[in-house]
Design a protein around this ligand. Structure first.
Ligand SMILES: *Cc1c(COP(=O)(O)O)cnc(C)c1O
Length: 400
């Protein structure tokens, strides 16, 4: 008997809403794609998007820009990171996080994680004390939100400025507060595989008027910052406009139009992700050889991907299990791989960092961690089929 093979791609997103396509076509017909290319009384798509996103996010100010990585970098800069400054960051994350720190001349100080994929607040405390770092770039990697009370207490204790990387938590909450509202600035990505899709793109949000003005000018506004949406008053710009360098990284009207059409369906999409995620989580929780951490009650997560550990397998069997699943159409990424592949890399492969630390829990947890995308083009039956293939394949590799 041939075994069933799952045939849907794990990287297929949904279509852009019709309203977004129509608006993008209209914009193309005008030829005015640049965000400052406006008719006398026109607000423009980019400015409208910034106002709408700020409102949705619950932030005073929002700057749309070229990518999530750019937004992180800009966030670090406006918070004052200078060459040589140490920046704490959880070691379980993706390459653009340490890359953004390096890009502004900062020195990443990597922090261990716990069994549930959160930054380890005890190690954070120890690393903050030992390094004297005044910045924490917190990546809510794969949507896992740590105990924010504990984390903010450590930040307060050492007077650490918190920059949030919300690439995987757009819309997620901790005790009812949206991620991105805990730190000084937050960065979001609208790259294709995130919660909104404009191909490439990102947002920086903040409630700090001066940081917002600096971010607008530095994002490449020249002296046209008045054409932005969610920005502080003119007097704040007067203070910073000649002091903030132009690090060109603007959003354009086309992508803004594509994103505006997705905002009204975002909340629904978060629910749809969680229906798929919860189905998979329940299936993985019941599987022999698999460990999946329970999600904390304080957290409203967005399950756009799922992580589990093949604890029953010997480490050398993990890549064989991944290959067996791939043969049956189920795409898993192994975070324990010494060799970086596609989007996945382990922290010790970022060799440009001096003195890469040994982080025992991160290494032990990632050694068996598998990661799977959950695109909205999947349905509940797909989740059931995927889970049954994984359960079927892991059996073969479990020790007798
Ligand atoms: C995608 C991602 C980024 C960067 O976003 P881009 O828009 O691709 O630059 C940053 N951090 C994490 C955790 C990400 O997954």
């Amino acid at each position: 008997m041939t075994k069933p093979v799952f045939s849907k791609p794990f990287t297929q997103q949904e279509a852009i809403p019709e309203a977004g396509i129509a608006r993008a076509v209209e914009i193309m017909k005008t030829g005015r794609l640049h965000r400052y290319n406006l008719l006398p009384d026109e607000a423009g798509e980019a400015a409208a998007l910034e106002m709408e996103y700020a409102k949705w996010q619950g932030a005073d100010y929002c700057i749309a820009c070229t990518s999530g990585g750019y937004a992180i970098q800009l966030g670090l800069r406006v918070c004052g990171v200078k060459p040589g400054d140490k920046v704490l960051a959880n070691a379980y994350t993706l390459a653009p996080v340490p890359g953004a720190i390096h890009n502004v001349g900062g020195v990443p100080v990597l922090v261990d994680i716990d069994e549930s994929y959160h930054i380890d607040c005890d190690d954070l405390d120890a690393k903050a004390a030992a390094s004297g770092a005044k910045y924490l770039l917190l990546s809510y990697m794969r949507g896992h939100i740590p105990d924010m009370d504990k984390l903010l207490a450590v930040c307060a204790k050492y007077d650490i400025c918190l920059i949030e990387d919300c690439a995987h938590t757009m819309g997620a909450k901790w005790r009812g507060i949206r991620s991105g509202n805990f730190g000084k600035v937050a960065a979001f990505s609208t790259q294709t595989y995130k919660h909104m899709n404009s191909g490439e793109g990102g947002f920086l949000t903040t409630n700090d008027a001066e940081l917002a003005a600096r971010a607008v000018v530095s994002s490449g506004s020249y002296m046209l910052y008045g054409r932005h949406g969610a920005i502080p008053a003119e007097d704040v710009f007067q203070k910073v406009r000649l002091h903030a360098p132009n690090y060109s990284g603007r959003m354009d009207h086309m992508r803004a139009a594509i994103l505006r059409s997705q905002l009204p369906v975002l909340e629904d999409n978060l629910e749809r992700w969680n229906q798929l995620y919860d189905r998979l989580h329940a299936a993985f929780s019941a599987m022999t050889g698999v460990v999946i951490p329970a999600r904390k009650q304080e957290e409203f997560y967005v399950g756009s991907s799922i992580q589990f550990r093949a604890e029953g397998l010997a480490t050398k069997a993990v890549p064989q299990f991944v290959a067996a699943c791939a043969k049956r159409g189920v795409e898993l990424k192994w975070f324990g791989d010494e060799e970086p592949k596609a989007f996945t890399s382990r922290y010790d492969s970022w060799r440009y960092i001096d003195d890469i630390p040994v982080l025992p829990t991160t290494l032990r947890v990632l050694e068996k961690t598998l990661d799977m995308r959950v695109p909205l083009t999947f349905n509940i039956d797909d989740c059931d089929m995927i889970a049954s293939i994984i359960e079927d394949e892991i059996q073969a590799f479990l020790p007798a």
